[in-house]
Design a protein around this ligand. Structure first.
Ligand code: ATP
Ligand code: MG
Length: 281
């Protein structure tokens, strides 16, 4: 079952000159319960594509299906209830006088009873470490704090599909790992489908089931983290990096050490232990 399906989507911003398309012939699928990463350099089209997943942008040609149903103007409300989106720029998302009111906005719009709204706000703010800041005006927060509040606002809606545009940008290491832990937990315990655009390739291997690589408004390739990060030519063309730990191990491999291509610290540790054990033998 596909949570998101995009068929032959092309998109041109109305303001841009004729025939300059920001997205061209995009086919994309997110299977229910999977975590999909979208990688691509600045301007590749990640945000533009993601804004199609809950109908903020309408395809110029092609279509987008959520749980098998095409997004139309008529079912936008249902779609937005299912698909929670955290924007790249928190200032696009925060507009209420206080943090708590901002997080409450979505659940209130769902028509939930005040007690339930209160519960959801407290729990969402708590899970992003912002429980203390409920009464603050959002514009007085730091960028990283704003980002957490945006995430809380989407969590409070209890979406089935989470679309996250650069969720760890501007977060400190603890903030970033907290967000990653929440994403993993929601995915594992509630089977929530996640699509995440990120430049942080270090978090991708352990998080994502599948990667889409975008370049100049097109999908260059989709594959597992192992397939994508082993395609040197593809990464070069898309101006993408590989995880730091893989880089280190590749350097060792080039020096003649017998190492498989590791994508995570755990895999690298196993490889290094093998090497050291062999050395001792
Ligand atoms: N509102 C807009 N009007 C016109 N063109 C736009 C608009 N927003 C983005 N674009 C153009 O669409 C293309 C894709 O931009 P997009 O923001 O989707 O890239 P991105 O992959 O998210 O980049 P980044 O990593 O910088 O966030 C770029 O060429 C950009 O200049
Ligand atoms: Mg973007």
């Amino acid at each position: 079952m596909k949570a998101i399906e995009v068929n032959n989507l092309s998109f041109k911003y109305p303001s841009t000159t004729a025939n300059v398309y920001s997205l061209q012939s995009i086919d994309f699928q997110a299977e229910k319960g999977k975590i999909i990463a979208i990688l691509g350099e600045n301007g590749a089209g990640k945000t533009t594509l993601m804004k199609h997943f809950n109908g903020i942008l309408e395809p110029t040609t092609g279509n987008v299906l959520i749980d098998g149903v095409e997004i139309t103007r008529k079912n936008l409300k249902t779609v937005r209830r299912k698909v929670g989106m955290v924007f790249q720029n928190p200032d696009d998302q925060l507009f209420s006088p206080t943090v708590a009111q901002d997080v409450a906005f979505g659940p209130m719009n769902l028509g939930l009873p005040p007690d339930e709204v209160k519960k959801r706000v407290a729990s969402a703010l708590n899970s992003v470490g912002m429980a203390e800041h409920g009464e603050k005006p959002p514009h007085e927060l730091s960028t990283g704090e704003k980002k957490r509040v945006c995430f809380a606002g989407v969590l409070a809606m209890k979406p089935e599909i989470l679309v996250l545009d650069e969720p760890t940008a501007n977060l400190d290491p603890k903030g970033a790992s907290d967000i990653i832990a929440i994403i993993s937990r929601l995915n594992q315990t509630k089977n929530i489908t996640v699509v995440i655009a990120t430049h942080n390739v270090n978090i991708v291997p352990e998080l994502a089931d599948e990667i889409y690589v975008m370049h100049k408004g097109k999908i260059l390739k989709k594959g597992t983290p192992r397939e994508i990060f082993q395609s040197e030519k593809l990464l070069k063309r898309a101006n993408l990096d590989i995880p730091e730990i893989s880089k280190l191990m590749l350097l060792l491999k080039r020096e003649g050490y017998k190492i498989d291509f590791p994508l995570s610290i755990d895999e690298a540790l196993k490889e290094l232990k093998n090497l050291l054990d062999d050395g001792h033998a």
